[in-house]
Ligand binder design. Sequence first.
Ligand SMILES: *Cc1c(COP(=O)(O)O)cnc(C)c1O
Length: 820
Amino acid sequence: MIDKQFEKEEFKKSVKENVKFLYRKTLEEATQEQIFQAVSYTVKDVIIDNWLKSQKAYEKQDPKIVYYMSMEFLMGRALGNNLINLGAYGEVKEALEELGLDINCIEDQEPDPALGNGGLGRLAACFLDSLATLNYCAYGCGIRYRYGMFKQEIRDGYQVEAPDNWLKNGYPFELRRPEYAKEVHFGGYVRVEWDPVNNQNKFIHEGYQAVKAVPYDMPITGYNNDVVNTLRIWDAEPIVDFNLDSFDKGDYHNAVEQENLARTIVEVLYPNDNHMAGKELRLKQQYFFVSASLQAAIAKYKKTHDDITKLHEKVVFQMNDTHPTVAVAELMRLLMDQEGLGWDQAWDITTKCCAYTNHTIMSEALEKWPIELFSRLLPRVYQIIEEINRRFILEIQQKYPGNFEKIKKMAIIYDGQVKMAHLAIVAGYSVNGVARLHTEILKNQELKDFYEMMPEKFNNKTNGITQRRFLAHGNPLLADWVTDKIGPDWITDLSQLSKLKVYADDEKALQEFMTIKFKNKERLAKYILEHNGVEVDPHSIFDIQVKRLHEYKRQLLNILHVIYLYNQIKAHPEMDFYPRTFIFGAKASAAYARAKKIIKLINCVADVVNNDASINGKLKVVFIENYRVSNAEIIFAAADVSEQISTASKEASGTGNMKFMLNGAPTLGTMDGANVEIVQEVGEENAFIFGMSSDQIINYENNGGYDPDFIYNTDPEIRQVLMQLINGTFSSDTEMFRDIYNSLLDKRNMPRPDQYFILGDFRSYAEAQKRVEEAYKDEKRWAKMALLNTACSGKFTSDRTIQEYVDDIWHLDKVVVKEN
Ligand SMILES: *Cc1c(COP(=O)(O)O)cnc(C)c1O
């Protein structure tokens, strides 16, 4: 299983040589960061051999390729994950120990490549891991942002954003591939010319600005199968090196603009999660990486195939949300203007090559671009979208004669805007939601008209996560225990975990399971002490909510309930109360003022609660700074309770919920997203479910909301909590949390007060929390619940998700790289 290159002595020699070669230092003189680089180069050496071997195997076997197009890849650190997948983690850990080095410290030197916001980007990363592990040929296609997701610092309780200069020291796991550079064009105009030879119009794009797209490849290792796939992220460079002397005045201006465009286009990741900002630069980013990726895919196909009309037999483009859906029009353009096909042939190929994944129903996240902007930036692509729209409207008219309501609701271009989801649905052959409930809502509500017109396109692919990162790497103690109990097959077949169910009443096994949980809680407590300076008791219940900060995810409900508990303990000091630690981690979009205020509120509550000697440390509140993949791994392993409390119908799937479950934390949640399927797998008795159903929520919404005033007026305990937001309890500035208070109660709050039903679900949530406490007090009962959560989490591997994509949408061929 262990590669020859990882024989310890050879490994140690190679690390020492790399330190010498890279830094002209001995191992003793090198910094930890330099040693990380040296170790990574040694690992990359092995990976490159497998990369070449994979390439050869692909060339020989000519499998169909999926191009996973995504604005975001939230990869997390590569070193540890690669070692796990190469089956070399233990070996390398020992080798480093023999050199006097701690592998954790070395891993900690790696910046998290944070080229994503949250769940959507992390999903893309899990998918790449599963594709490689399942022996499928896949490319991730994205953007090499110079600055990834910002680093979050908490100062005086406020979020402060710092730039994430992840490339500062050079990233060892990337390879620049200038030989595959492509040109991407913006602006200009389209000239039409008659082509008498082919008897058709020719469309000539002129007067544009050009940018050179240069790919950087990152290796994606499969687990123990020698497969190495590629994440190809594009950097932007000016077409010609800017040279002051060689330009006349007219060219000078244009050259400066091209240079600026190249510099700005990949500069920064937009830090919005589930929110459309509508910035021109964002559309440029989208077209930039989509055009370059499609050009590269077509060029690769043509190297070994001569019939472009059979492209769909070897290539599929999966569009991760609407962000890359300009792909369908760009593919039409390339097939017509570059490959010389007519509309019908190009359309036939495009509609067999493109598939779309929907990630949200929230209106503020739906991508719509003003015609003015779109047509100015991408004149030829816009022409093509107009024609797609014209033909689609004819289809609507044919199917629903005289029904103009349908056109209004379904057109791709309407009301001065280009609707990207509609474009993707019309031109794609598959539309999938990301959890069963979410897909049902798409079919029956949000996309009902499309579903009625083209039901065959709609399907569900419930999300998943990779157990290689979130168990094997993130929770080594539990991983070893599981392997000890059921063997190692779970690493590539997570359904094996169900074999753990026989231990649900085995006291010794339960004790071992909870001892591991305790050790992981100690590990997190140490992290919190080091990073927050707060001492937390690993004997207390670790109740954790980590995810992006968003009103629909309802961190506010959580912290208001903490205030409620605090009031209870203060009012009844003698009350029986099991000690609790409420742990939060969340980045808010830099421009999302209310979300940032909620972070401030959590920290203000923490200040008061953590420093109130009268409650005897029964309650602690911790906000973990800079939540990201690397600390997420530690956090999931240490959780007792998984908070998944979104307003029902709003969270399309969630994947954090799955990571918690895998690590043995029961879900405290609403019947939303994949929580529904989690409960189905583990049983309602092993989860804590509360709150209004998605049907109830949608029903209220369709009828103008509900009245939070009624709750405020009739529930004195809730009223007390709300008053404390504005009476100086948590901030001497009584205006500090006025906006939060108003968001729940003020009739002028748009679109209505308490849009996310926080007060509506409060009592139900508090009761569920009470059930958590009761269950936790019964040690054996809790241990059984925790173990069963791990044992029933097999469905939520991204390996299962990917196999479903392959079976129903992509139809890929398995490749063999490792010869037995
Ligand atoms: C899994 C993950 C997410 C998604 O969490 P949800 O709870 O599903 O929103 C976001 N950020 C990071 C770092 C993750 O690992």
